[in-house]
Design a protein around this ligand. Sequence first.
Ligand SMILES: Cc1cc2nc3c(=O)[nH]c(=O)nc-3n(C[C@H](O)[C@H](O)[C@H](O)COP(=O)(O)OP(=O)(O)OC[C@H]3O[C@@H](n4cnc5c(N)ncnc54)[C@H](O)[C@@H]3O)c2cc1C
Length: 379
Amino acid sequence: MQFGPTTLSPAEESLRREVREFLAAELPPDHRPGLGMAARHDPDFSRKLAARGWVGMAIPPEYGGRGRTAVDRFIVTEELLAAGAPIGAHFVADRQTGPALLHYGTEQQRRTFLPAISAGDCYFSLGMSEPDSGSDLASVRTRASRVEGGWTVTGTKVWTSLAHLNHFFAVLCRTSPVEDGNRHAGLSQLIVDLHAPGVTVSPIPYLDGSHHFNEVALEDVFVPDERVLGEIGSGWRQVTSELAYERSGPDRWLSTFTVLREFLREGPGKAVSDEEATVVGRLAARYWAIRQLSLAVARALDAGAAPAVEAALVKEVGTRFEQEVVEVLRTCAETEVDADSGSLFHALLAEAVLTGPSFTLRGGTTEILRSVAAKGLST
Ligand SMILES: Cc1cc2nc3c(=O)[nH]c(=O)nc-3n(C[C@H](O)[C@H](O)[C@H](O)COP(=O)(O)OP(=O)(O)OC[C@H]3O[C@@H](n4cnc5c(N)ncnc54)[C@H](O)[C@@H]3O)c2cc1C
């Protein structure tokens, strides 16, 4: 395991300044910041960001992307999350589906989807979890049967973030039965149009009543051969490598940063008590340390390494820290948290209290990440 020390070059620092200037110009003064990647789904914002070249940064120019480094994407993502910018529409396609299509997609799929993703026009959800399959993904029961010209898919996916607003989702399903006890064989990924006949998207409200998740029922949904992602039977390998993209970035440690920022704006004001200064100083030091770990993973990716264990550890540490920020600020708040008090700090804190438990679940639970890291370190 290696987290090499690294700093940003002058060119990288100048990209950060450009993003800050863009955000200052594009986000209205009354912009309501969001919590990390759960921020608002705003196609106009996604397209504007794309027009500046900051969506599809990891995708090569021949497919409409920008061919930038992982560190450049890290810098842009960090600034967007710190501002609570409305990145909900493009975030998953940009972070995860784009790279997966680049690695496993056919030439036709790359030419169809990657330019649209890079333009901030095409949005994807993730179709992995099922009612009885979360951590144990190999137990998925959604199945696809061979028919002329493609596959028909039947099953139910749950916790499908933003399926009610997005265009497609990559569905992990079983395309052949388990043989010889090898559950990892016979799984495949299909790109399913969320508006196709046979697809029913139903909301699963969050604790605070907001609509983020869905249950997606698939009943004999026809998926043509050209929408098979990668190879039939290689779904397990593809999905596990795809999960590595989603584990180490700033979205795993900045989800509650906007709560801290509003606390500082509204809370202590000019007279910061020693106690508050200590609390904020401790949080700032932890932010900085975790940021260095996360940045080191981005540098390693740019150097051609595959830091899956390091990425798992960043998520394990980062998402627990996101929750700790909420607990610390809750203790600092002078009154009971009141979402309707007119204070943005209180509104964000209330949202974070209700949605924060999910941070250590989504994208792999803490226990699963520890298990990934332990296995990686022992081999
Ligand atoms: C905000 C949010 C957004 C999400 N978005 C999506 C999405 O868009 N698409 C999608 O497909 N899924 C999505 N998910 C689902 C997410 O990936 C699953 O919740 C996660 O994989 C855990 O699965 P589970 O909920 O079934 O919990 P379970 O797997 O049932 O786990 C329950 C508990 O048991 C522990 N556990 C399970 N197995 C082991 C083990 N082998 N060893 C030790 N402990 C274990 C877990 O750590 C956990 O604490 C989302 C979840 C959240 C919270």
